[in-house]
Ligand binder design. Structure first.
Ligand SMILES: Nc1ncnc2c1ncn2[C@@H]1O[C@H](COP(=O)(O)OP(=O)(O)O)[C@@H](O)[C@H]1O
Ligand SMILES: [Mg+2]
Length: 297
């Protein structure tokens, strides 16, 4: 197998498993196609379902650099691509003045601060990097339009110096927690996959990859309880990250099986809103646990 490639869907699953990432068949298929056809991959789903993590796992498996553009409200094109280092430019001017030398070239690489999008277009001896555009739903329509353009020809323009075109397209992975709908035009450029919560079997696999020290019996109860909790009417359902955190908390407390008291005492690992915690604490925790146990028996 050539290093730095994924030769089939099975191969991709195996290579991601080596990175402790459990990739279901549907996600593996769309990821394989995105890599093979060099199309951006758009992953949408609830928080904590492994969207960001798969980008890290793919980069590690392929031996590529991971470049992450964390989106936030108010992120504009300029700060996603590059900035000029004004302070350094000022110092250079002062220095030239003081020494009576030639004025410096203010728009040279010396003063350029590269941001993720520019970084991702630059040649890399290890091969095209993985560009993770994370939580795109936090930005706004103008930024999406700008991204659409950058991703259509894999180039960005710096007015003062010119256009930088990627020698080969980076591996682009966009994620969204769907706090709003991302525009169709951007989605259409990508291969799309909805990342759902894993079923019991897959969540067990994830847990054994990420918290291998947990005994199987405890893991099975933990996963069953979290899965039942996701069926409750909560403001914010626990993701896979929370399942792993909770298992680790229980391990740290040397707990070998669940009880309503233990659950109530450690709910903060699973639920992050006081209203949700209040709802589940005590009697409700007991009811869910009883149901889970009855089903497992
Ligand atoms: N399929 C998976 N395989 C292995 N770990 C996973 C998987 N899904 C989620 N995780 C774990 O959950 C954590 C949170 O996942 P993350 O990718 O940050 O979620 P999000 O979908 O919000 O980006 C990861 O750090 C990882 O430990
Ligand atoms: Mg994420």
């Amino acid at each position: 197998m050539p290093h730095g490639a994924m030769t089939s869907i099975d191969d991709l699953q195996a290579q991601l498993a080596d990175q402790n990432y459990v990739c279901g068949r549907a996600l593996a298929t769309v990821a394989f196609l995105a890599l093979t056809l060099q199309r951006p991959l758009f992953l949408e789903g609830e928080a904590g379902t492994g969207k960001t993590e798969i980008a890290k796992a793919i980069a590690a498996a392929l031996g590529r650099r991971l470049i992450r553009l964390q989106c936030y409200e108010g992120l504009d094109a300029a700060s996603a691509v590059y900035e000029w280092n004004f302070a350094a430019q000022m110092i250079a001017i002062r220095k030239a003045e003081a020494l009576g030398g030639e004025p410096p070239d203010l728009f040279s690489d010396d003063f350029l601060i590269t941001r993720p999008l520019l970084e991702a277009m630059r040649p890399d001896p290890a091969g095209p990097p993985v560009l993770l555009i994370d939580e795109i739903d936090r930005t706004d329509a103008p930024f999406e339009a700008f991204l659409l353009e950058a991703l259509s020809d894999y180039q960005v323009t710096i007015p003062e110096t010119g256009t930088v075109k990627a020698p080969a397209p980076p591996i682009v992975i966009l994620t969204s927690n769907r706090t709003r709908e991302v525009h169709d035009a951007l989605k259409r450029r990508c291969l799309y996959h909805w990342v759902d919560y894993p079923d019991h079997a897959r969540e067990m696999e994830i847990l054994s990859a990420r918290a291998p020290e947990a005994a199987r019996a405890l893991s099975a109860e933990v996963v069953a309880f979290v899965q039942a909790l996701r069926g409750e009417d909560l403001f914010k359902k626990p993701g896979v990250a929370e399942t792993i955190d909770w298992a680790k908390c229980l391990l740290a407390l040397d707990i070998i099986d669940l009880s309503p008291e233990v659950i109530s005492d450690t709910l903060g690992a699973l639920l992050k809103y006081q209203d949700d915690i209040q709802k589940v604490e005590g009697a409700e925790a007991k009811r869910i646990l009883d149901e889970v146990r009855a089903e497992m028996a």
